[in-house]
Design a protein around this ligand. Structure first.
Ligand code: AP5
Length: 227
């Protein structure tokens, strides 16, 4: 195959980032999507955008997200199916936070079968449970570009301001300890079964999410076939 830039190649398939809240899915998805020039589809970001705009979907999702529960499958599916059907997803895309239930995974299988010849790749971020609370309570996100920081482990150069664009750094309303506990419970009950679902099909690869963000990125790039 002739040398081509990674961005020009795209991914040629869907890549699913799977792991508990705080595992580093968003941090890695931003980086890898930029490297490959493909869309980063975060259902959490999509819902937060709807909440921010006060749409009908946002009004329904807001109280559910504030409790740390999952939004009903039918609402998630219509939103993501619409997004995946856009032409910018033709060369592949990264799914961050979707699917999260077995019915969502089954529906995604149907969508992907119509779209790609290649099976999806599922990257499973493995992180110690006791690390997740620290990561989530310390997370701050740029209001403008969505860049992700951590007040403990990855602070910005100027407190409260994004290194990239100077935007204000804010804490997500669901990053409160009591809500985080609910989100972790929802993960164990509703999302963890997807690990076996994909592993039994041979499409899931584990990545050590406890390593530094740079080392995790390197591992993911290796899985995707680029050293
Ligand atoms: P969503 O936004 O998807 O949140 P989540 O899955 O809970 O995941 P997070 O964004 O909290 O964590 P992350 O793994 O992306 O970690 P990050 O990279 O930011 O969902 C929010 C809500 O929306 C849900 O609760 C639900 O209500 C609803 N929703 C969304 N999708 C849904 C669906 N499909 N079905 C139903 N409902 C849905 O990193 C976290 C922190 O750790 C950061 O501070 C970061 O700097 C730090 N960090 C990252 N990597 C490392 C590292 N390697 N070492 C040290 N620190 C690190």
């Amino acid at each position: 195959m002739p040398e081509a830039s990674v961005a020009a190649r795209g991914l040629g398939r869907a890549v699913i980032f799977l792991g508990p809240p705080g595992a580093g899915k968003g941090t890695q998805a931003r980086q890898i999507a930029e490297t490959y020039g493909v869309p980063h589809l975060s259902t959490g970001d999509m819902f937060r955008e709807h909440v921010g705009r006060g749409t009908a979907l946002g009004l329904r999702a807001k109280p559910i997200m504030e409790r740390g529960e999952l939004v009903p499958d039918d609402l998630v599916l219509s939103m993501i199916e619409d997004r995946i059907s856009r032409p910018d997803c033709n060369e592949g895309f990264i799914l961050d936070g979707f699917p999260r239930t077995l019915p969502q995974a089954g529906a995604l299988d149907e969508i992907l079968r119509r779209r790609f010849e290649t099976e999806p790749l599922v990257v499973h971020f493995v992180v110690d449970q006791n690390q997740l609370m620290r990561r989530l309570t310390g997370r701050r996100t740029c209001k403008i570009g969505g860049e992700i920081y951590n007040v403990y482990d990855h602070p910005p150069k100027v407190p409260g301001r994004c290194d990239r664009d100077g935007g204000e750094l804010v804490q997500r309303p669901d990053d409160r300890e009591d809500v985080i506990t609910e989100r972790l419970t929802a993960y164990e009950r509703q999302t963890r079964p997807l690990v076996d679902y994909y592993r039994s099909r041979g499409v899931l690869k584990d990545v050590n999410g406890m390593a530094s963000p740079e080392a995790v990125t390197k591992s993911v790039l290796e899985l995707l076939g680029q050293k």
